[in-house]
Design a binder for this molecule. Sequence first.
Ligand code: TXA
Ligand code: MG
Length: 350
Amino acid sequence: MKTRIVQIDENNIDGEAVRQAGEIIRSGGLVAFPTETVYGLGGDALNPASSRKIYAAKGRPSDNPLIVHIARWEALAAIVKKVPAEAVKLAETFWPGPLTMILEKSDLVPGETTGGLDTVAVRMPSHKTALAFIEAAGGYVAAPSANRSGRPSPTVAKYVRQDLDGRIEMILDGGDVELGLESTIVDLTEQVPTILRPGYITGQMLKSALGRVEEDVTILRSDSGQAPKAPGMKYRHYAPKGELTIISGSEQQVVDYINAQLDQWRDENKKTGVIATDATIGAYRADVCKNAGSRLDESAMARRLYRILREFDDEDVEIIYSESFEGAGVGQAVMNRLLKAAGHRVTELK
Ligand code: TXA
Ligand code: MG
């Protein structure tokens, strides 16, 4: 299959390109498109054959459900059993935007789209191209992130192409995404609304809107002995090809420790990389150093993380060390993804 790549400007949307993209979805094909979080791989959410194609194109296990993207509030009622008051509240506050809600699904949504679950994940993105495309596609677009399963989510079209060229009909290239990490997922089918995946909309923000909210214990821990409730969170994910280890401790300890490790790897002729910050970027003796930015700017780190992981692959880096990024806001989401990328390999310096 030849994949068509079409440039599209969010502020001056090419209506004909969007119409053609929508037509591909309506006839059962696949189109990758930009959202404010990461690029999505879209298919018709109400067509079981389309969902099967998405799993095949991504190489994704079919028990890992897809998010259904809508462009209008009125579209929600048809795909869920009921719209709880909490969903109304969250939609008023955070939609369109980087928030996904888990609700009980209606019969309209095929089990292929929800990985066999009787719940459905729904999100209304804020990206203008995404909204126009969803409308043109018929209103319900199932879209996981547009990467091959296990790879970091794409934040630019180049990486969509690297993973999916020849496997899908079209890529809408809208340039760099704005946020760089996937949406926050909140499960509204539990007694107390529960965060299954952290993101831009933080626990604190959800608490302000809802009064109470819990967190899936698996978000930052690997030793909870529990399976994450979002099936996708159980897979090793976002992983670069090189072996990634997170080093936590005081700044000086971390720099000294990583440099000692780097010296050993150099003796073994391994290509090394480090994820550093503004404060430490000059301090490492690695072959490739990437700057995640200032520790004070958690959203800049969020925007850069996946690109950095992909660049290590482009440059064939074999051994990677990262500083640790605990943070109260988006930093929690950054650390959650980094831990998964590292397969929870963390060295804590005492
Ligand atoms: O920002 C985003 O959410 C992006 C863009 C494209 O919108 N999409 C995205 O989709 O990250 P994906 O498929 O890469 O991640 C969806 C996550 C998976 O971990 C999946 O297991 C979980 O959502 N999920 C989907 N439906 C679910 C359900 N019914 N119950 C629990 N978890 C669900
Ligand atoms: Mg994904």
